[in-house]
Every structure is written in C-alpha cells, then in structure tokens.
Design a protein around this ligand. Structure first.
Ligand code: PMP
Length: 420
C-alpha cells in the first residue's frame, strides 16, 4: 500500500473489448488479460447474456445433495475435451483447485493402502497459487520465503526452460536432460511420492519459462513407471492459451488430475474445476464416509459461473478461435521483430498467445519504470521482474497489435533511460 503513494491506483469505470476505461477519459489496452483471465474481451455480450439469462433462473444452489443443469453440462463438455478425465470436481479459484488435486492424490494413495505416498514433487520456478498447500508446491521466492515455516516440505526438480539449453543443445535435448533428473528422483523416492505437479509448456508466474513438450511426455512415462500421479495445472495455460485447447494436447498426454480456472469463465466470474481419471474417482467410491473426498467450498459450481463457462465453450465451438489465434500469433510475431532485435532484449519467445522477453538490466526498478512508461503508451503491462510479457485477450485486433508492439518498444527505451 505504501508504494501507492507514488504509484496511485487506477480506478476503472468500464471495459469494452481489449480496452479498460478510467474515469478521466484515459484508456488502456489490457495486454495481460487482467491477470490472464480474459479471453474474449471485457463486457463480452455473449458471456454477459448467458449470465443475465441465468440470473433470472437460479443464482446459486448448494452443490451437495443437489445439482443443476449448468454444472452437469459443463462437467460433461469439459470431460469431452480430454477423454479419460471424466470426473469433475468444482471449486471457486485456481488455488483451491490445486489444493483439491493435492488432497485427492494423497487420499487416493491412502485409500489404496499406501499412506507413505504423501510427498509431492514440483518443478523449479513453479507457481501454483498462494494458499498454503499450493504455495508449498510453488517455487517463487518472493511469495514463498516469508511463509516457509508454514509450508510442507516438497521436492523440487530442474525445469526444462529452453533458455537454459547449453549452446550445443536443442530445446528438446534440454527437456530430455530435465526429464532425466526427474526420472532419477522418482526412481529413488517414489515410495514416498504421491504426485508430480507441472505447469504444462509455460511456467507463467516465474517469468514465462517455456519448454519443449518432450518434457511432458517423459514426465508422464516416469510417473507411470513409478506409480506417481501427474497433476497438470492448466489454470493459466488452458483454454487455448498455448495454441491448443489444453497445453497437454501438444505432448499427446493425459494427466491423472487436471486443474482449470482463470479463462474458464472468460474472466467474468471465479470458478475452477479439477478433472480426474476413472481410477482416481473409483478409489473414493465407497460406503465408508472417510474414504470419500470431503472437501467443500460454499460457492462450488456456482450456476452463474458455470453459465459463463458454457458461453466460453460455445465461442470456442462457433468461432474457430484456435485457428484465428494461430494467424494472430504469426502477425504479432512479425510486428515484434524490432523488439526481438533490440540490443537490450534477450530471449524473445512465444508459445501460442503468450509472448515474453527478458531485459538486460541490473536495475531492480526496471519493472516499475516499464509499467509507468507502458501506461503512457495506453498499455497495461506488468513485467515479472526483468521479464516483459504479453497475454492479450484473443479478440485483439490488428491495430491493437500494432499499438502493442510499437508502444512496448517506446516504453522499453523510456524505462531503460530512467534506469540509467
Ligand atoms: N496455478 C497457476 C499456474 C497460476 O498461474 C495461478 C494464478 N496466477 C494459480 C494456480 C492460482 O490461481 P488463483 O489466483 O485463481 O488462486
């Protein structure tokens, strides 16, 4: 809060398409989709229409003992997107989805007579949320270190970040090397490990670390070999963000548990879901109450949020979103060539509708300077340390892409000039 003495909050009056409008007539291109949640623009009439229709029918009902059509339809349509994950557990945000996946994995092994399997493995630079269980499997020092005494001890394996590839190594070889370290860890410790949790293809919060899908294929094989669950946290990368509907599809793998949130409602309402395999579901199907999965949130499977999510799936089905995004990716990459060629830019990278680059500066104030400079260019961009990234809503148009590329270049030079 003290920072806001020099960095005042910006009150937003309204949003339309990719734009946010304040009360003073300024407008900002939401190039980070309001923390990666917005897919089809602010105040999107199709999603808003579905929610207002639902408002007149049923705003909420307890999802224990009772059920409702939007939750059933959403569970079925999500399950249809990744065959083999036919069971859906709803919650209200990303962190609670991660808590659910961790608890479910541990409880599964306990129900199977393997209570020793209670440890988790995460990847260097992972981020899975900030409640205590999710933070335990996260590796971002800024969020984690203060709370370390409250967190569970979790093992960390090397990331497959393609920036860490040796000069004579391809991105795929870097992924194979990281997967070998995982394999060695599981070989030695699998009897105490319930699950590996990964962010498929892009580790977003720790600086848009991108990696080759071969890592996921090998991680899946290692988890199978050592009877360890694979939890895919697609909270940030699901719903088309990496170019396929789910990022896991690019590795042709199916996780045991899949966490979804953020874009699920197009950024309208909080909702999350954990999809689980038949084997996991079956281990809880029992007369004995304590063998069941007892975990509840008041707003679990809220009908308004489920209707928003169904409208999002309709848009994917009716508008050929992935193909249109492919063309936008090519166009924005071309517009970004001057950024990639900038003498202070390192590792310009792109996966689907995510772009990132690192800035060569030692000045820790770079992020703040860049944020301010970008606002002057009508861009909402929040660097992660020295990494600048774009995660625009999918409805971004050609003029907006041009503004994003040009404004970023100007903001970069401004920020670097202030860093000295
Ligand atoms: N997992 C990932 C990969 C995320 O990016 C995030 C949010 N940035 C979360 C989990 C946590 O989601 P939420 O903020 O909704 O709790």
């Amino acid at each position: 809060m003290k920072m806001h003495e020099t960095l005042p909050l910006i009150p937003i009056a309204s949003g339309s398409g990719a734009w946010l409008h304040d009360f003073d007539g300024n407008h900002y291109l939401d190039a980070i989709s309001s923390w990666w949640v917005n897919l089809f623009g602010h105040a999107n009439p199709r999603i808003a229409g579905a929610i207002s229709d639902q408002l007149g029918r049923l705003e909420h009902v307890i999802l224990a003992g009772f059920t409702h059509a939007p939750a059933v339809e959403l569970a079925e349509r999500l399950a249809g997107r990744l065959p083999g994950l036919g069971h859906c557990f709803f919650a209200s945000d990303g962190s609670s989805a991660v808590e659910i996946a961790l608890k479910m994995s541990f409880h599964y092994w306990r129900n199977c007579g393997k209570p020793r399997k209670n440890g988790f493995v995460c990847v260097e630079g992972s981020y899975h949320g900030e409640t205590l269980g999710a933070l335990s499997v996260s590796d971002v020092a800024l969020f984690r270190d203060v709370y370390a005494p409250l967190l569970n001890n979790v093992a960390k394996v090397p990331s497959a970040d393609w920036r860490a590839a040796a000069p004579d190594e391809t991105r795929e070889q870097a992924a194979i090397r990281a997967a070998a370290a995982l394999e060695a860890y599981l070989a030695a410790n699998h009897e105490d490990i319930a699950a590996l949790i990964v962010e498929p293809l892009v580790q977003c919060a720790s600086g848009m670390q991108m990696y080759h899908p071969e890592y996921l294929r090998r991680a899946r094989a290692a988890c199978d070999r050592y009877s360890v669950h694979l939890i895919a946290d697609e909270i940030a990368v699901g719903f088309g963000r990496t170019g396929s509907f789910f990022a896991c599809e690019q590795a042709s793998i199916r996780p045991d548990l899949l966490c979804l949130s953020k874009g699920i409602t197009g950024g309208f309402l909080p909702l999350s879901a954990v999809l689980a395999s038949e084997a996991i579901y079956g281990a809880f199907y029992d007369d004995e109450l304590t063998r069941g999965f007892l975990h509840s949130h008041s707003y679990t499977g809220n009908p308004l949020a489920c209707r928003a999510a169904l409208a999002v799936l309709d848009i994917f089905e009716q508008d050929d979103v992935l193909e249109t995004n492919r063309r936008k990716t090519v166009a924005l990459n071309r517009l970004c060539e001057p950024i990639a060629a900038h003498p202070r830019v390192r590792h310009f990278r792109n996966t689907g509708m995510i772009w990132a680059f690192d800035v060569d500066t030692d000045d820790t104030r770079f992020g703040r300077h860049f944020y301010h400079a970008a606002l002057r260019e009508h861009l909402l961009l929040r660097p992660l340390g020295r990494t600048v990234y774009f995660m625009p809503p999918y409805i971004i148009g050609p003029d907006e892409m041009q503004l994003l590329a040009d404004g970023t270049l100007t903001a970069l030079d401004d920020a670097l000039a202030q860093c000295g």
